[in-house]
Design a protein around this ligand. Sequence first.
Ligand SMILES: [Mg+2]
Length: 225
Amino acid sequence: MESYALWDIDGTLLKNGAKAGSLYDIAVAEVTGFVAGTASPGEHGKTDGQIISERLAQYGLDPAHHSAVGARLDELSTEANLGPNRRELTAGVPEALAAVAAAGWTNALLTGNSPTRARVKLVGAGLSEADFDWDMSFFGQTALKRSDITAAARVGLAGLTSVIIGDTPSDGSAADAAGIPFIAVATGVFDRSVLEATSARVVLDDLVSGLPGLLDELKRIGSEG
Ligand SMILES: [Mg+2]
């Protein structure tokens, strides 16, 4: 039976981007003409669809702008992530992806990003598109909450073994909602103690020191399959 390791991107495979949050407001401004004041904090673990929806509501703008803002966000992200604002891998990512694949798992994505944003962020940071199964990956450009993405994964991967690897409590609660096991990695903004309070089967400090623990847990999950 096929097994899928569903990786989160921001804070998990990639270090969080310093300017990542500002692109939403730039896209909103370019589509609607509304210029926001200060950037909104605390978006970690939210989906693109959710952030766009919340900002349109916060600014009193028509929710019908959602798809145009998302499309512009894709373009802005492509310029940034393949150009001046390339993102950086967290430590040990290529080795971890290779080890997970060698253990018989297919690497795929479960992310709040759109497919375009996922692709340009990962490729810009030096990974290859071929590192992931894009057909068995799940994205968040229209999702209004993270559990919408995990619900889609539960349907798309019905009968198959899967696990979600992410850096936020939201990854954990969305995994719980779909009955998918969760592994946490403390390379984002949440530290170990916060992640230990989630349903995480194991909390990894990072993908270097945590790689043996990750592989052990995958073996355990696979045997439960
Ligand atoms: Mg994340």
